[in-house]
Write a protein that binds this ligand. Structure first.
Ligand SMILES: *Cc1c(COP(=O)(O)O)cnc(C)c1O
Length: 449
C-alpha cells in the first residue's frame, strides 16, 4: 500500500475521523441519512486511490470526470511545484502573467476550427473557476452581446431537454433534468427546450431538427443562444446523439443568427475520443466552455472561449465592458495545471490511444448486456454506459451495482439506472480490463440480487 505523507492511520483514528465526518461534513448528492459511511481516502495516484485501511480502488469515473489524466500526474505536479516558486495568484484586472497568456494562446490554437469568416474563430479566453461558472460566463456574454448590439430583446436560451450545465442558478436554469431543478423552479429563469432525437434514425433526427427550427422561427427575436452538451448528455445518463443533429443545430444557429454555446465541460479535452466533441460534427460554436479535465484533478479551474465576433461586440466605451470576473479569474496555478494537461495530451499521444480503449469499453458493455437491447450498451471515446431499468434518478438498481463494484475494488457511481465508466483517458489497458471485468461482475451480482 502507498503511505501518505501523514503516515499510516490506525483503525481507531479512522473511526474517529468518520465520526467527525458524520457530525460535520455535508456530502454532495448524498441523502442525509444514507446508510453507507464514505470511504476514507488517503492517497491517489494514476487510475487508483487507496483508503486508509489499505484497500486499493480503480477510480472508474475519474472522480466525477475531472481526473482525465489520472490522479497527481507527475507533469502536472511538476508544473505546480515550479509555478509556486514565483506566483500563485494575482488579480487579472489591469495585471497579467505568463501562464494566463500562454494558456489562452494554446487553448485558441486547439479550439475547433473550420473555414469561414475569421470573426467566427474562437480567439478570446475568459477564465473562471469551474464548469458552472464557465457556463454562467457564456450565458452572460450572449445576453450582453445582444443587449448592446441592437437586439436587446434577445434574452432567452434554447436548451436540450435533458441537459445538465452545472449547479449555479443560471446553469441550473438552462439544465433540463427534473430531479436537479424541480425544488428550485421558482428561482430559475425560463428556457425553451428541444428534445434530442429519440434515436439515430433519419426520421427521428429530422423531427428534432424540425422542432428546433420551428422554435427558432417563432421565438427568433428573443433567442440569445442555443446551449448544448455536444454529442453526449452526461449527467442525464450518458445519452449519446448523432453528430448529424449537432451539425443541424449549428446550421440553424447560423441561419437564425443566434449563438451556439457548446458546453464541453465534460466532453472536452479528449473524453469522446476527439479533442472536442464538436469535432465529431465539424462544428465550431460561438462560445465554448471547458473545465473538468482542464483542471487536472488539482483544484477548480475553467475557461470560456468566445469568437472574435462576440468579443468585438464589447468594444467601445467603459459602459460596454463585460462587468464580470470571479476572485480567482486566471489563477496562475490553475493556468499552469491546464497547460500541463494540454502538454500531456500532446506529448503522451493520449488521444491516439483512445480508439482501441474505446473498442474495449464498447465490447465490455455489449458483453454485460448480453443481447438485452433494453440495456442500450454504448460507448463513445472513454465513456461506456448501459441501462438497468427506467425508474429514474433516485432508482436503487444503480446503487446495488455501486456497492458490488466497491466490493470488487472499483469506484463507479451510477446516474440513476445508468451504470457507466468514465475512466482516466490514459488508463493502462490492463487496468481498464480489470475495471471492466469488475463492473461486469458487479452488474451480474446486482441483477441476481
Ligand atoms: C459537470 C458539468 C458542469 C458543471 O461543472 P462544475 O465544475 O461541477 O461546476 C457543467 N456542464 C457539464 C456538461 C458538466 O458535465
Amino acid at each position: 500500500m502507498k503511505v501518505a505523507a501523514r503516515g499510516r492511520i490506525s483503525p481507531e483514528e479512522i473511526q474517529d475521523f468518520l465520526a467527525l465526518d458524520t457530525a460535520h461534513v455535508w456530502h454532495p448528492y448524498t441523502p442525509a441519512e444514507s446508510g453507507d459511511p464514505p470511504l476514507f481516502v488517503q492517497h491517489a495516484e494514476g487510475p487508483y486511490f487507496w483508503t486508509a485501511d489499505g484497500r486499493r480502488f480503480i477510480d472508474g469515473n475519474s472522480s466525477w470526470w475531472v481526473a482525465a489524466l489520472g490522479h497527481r500526474h507527475p507533469r502536472v505536479l511538476h508544473a505546480l511545484q515550479v509555478q509556486m516558486q514565483s506566483l500563485t495568484h494575482i488579480a487579472l484586472g489591469g495585471l497579467t502573467h505568463e501562464p494566463a497568456i500562454l494558456l489562452a494562446k494554446e487553448l485558441v490554437e486547439i479550439a475547433p476550427t473550420a473555414d469561414g469568416p475569421s470573426e467566427n474563430k474562437l480567439t478570446k479566453v475568459f477564465y473562471s473557476d469551474d464548469g458552472s461558472t464557465s457556463v454562467e460566463v457564456a450565458l452572460k456574454l450572449a445576453v450582453q452581446y445582444w443587449a448592446q448590439n441592437g437586439r436587446p430583446e434577445r434574452g432567452t436560451f434554447i436548451a436540450l431537454r435533458e441537459a445538465f450545465h452545472g449547479e449555479t442558478v443560471g446553469a441550473t436554469s438552462v439544465g433540463g433534468i427534473a430531479a436537479f431543478r424541480q425544488v428550485y423552479q421558482r428561482m430559475l429563469f425560463a428556457v425553451e427546450y428541444v428534445q434530442t432525437p429519440s434515436s439515430n434514425s433519419a426520421e427521428d433526427i429530422s423531427a428534432a431538427v424540425d422542432s428546433l427550427r420551428k422554435l427558432l422561427r417563432t421565438k427568433q427575436s428573443q433567442i440569445a443562444g442555443v446551449i448544448v452538451e455536444p454529442m453526449v448528455l452526461g449527467a442525464a445518463g450518458m445519452k449519446m446523439y448523432s453528430p448529424v443533429f449537432l451539425q443541424a443545430i449549428r446550421e440553424l444557429c447560423t441561419e437564425f443568427d443566434t449563438f451556439l454555446i457548446a458546453d464541453e465541460v465534460f466532453t472536452g479535452l479528449g473524453r469522446t475520443g476527439r479533442m472536442w466533441a464538436c469535432e465529431h460534427a465539424s462544428v465550431v460554436p460561438d462560445i465554448l466552455c471547458t473545465a473538468k479535465a482542464l483542471s487536472g484533478a488539482m483544484f477548480p479551474f475553467a475557461a470560456t472561449l468566445a469568437s472574435q465576433r462576440v468579443f468585438d461586440g464589447f468594444r467601445g466605451g467603459r459602459e460596454r465592458a463585460f462587468l464580470y470576473g470571479h476572485s480567482y479569474c486566471g489563477n496562475a496555478l490553475g493556468c499552469v495545471v491546464a497547460r500541463a494537461v494540454l502538454q500531456t495530451l500532446r506529448e503522451e499521444n493520449v488521444l491516439a490511444a483512445i480508439a482501441a480503449k474505446s473498442a474495449k469499453i464498447l465490447h465490455a458493455m455489449n458483453q454485460i448486456a448480453n443481447g438485452a437491447s433494453d440495456m442500450a450498451p454504448r460507448a463513445l471515446g472513454m465513456i461506456g454506459a448501459l441501462e438497468l431499468g427506467h425508474t429514474g434518478y433516485h432508482s436503487g438498481r444503480g446503487w446495488m451495482v455501486y456497492r458490488e463494484a466497491l466490493a470488487r475494488g472499483v469506484y463507479a457511481r451510477p446516474l440513476g439506472d445508468t451504470v457507466y465508466v468514465v475512466p482516466p483517458l490514459n488508463i493502462q489497458d490492463s487496468v481498464l480490463d480489470e475495471l471492466l471485468t469488475a463492473l461486469a461482475g458487479a452488474v451480474q451480482a446486482a441483477l441476481r440480487a
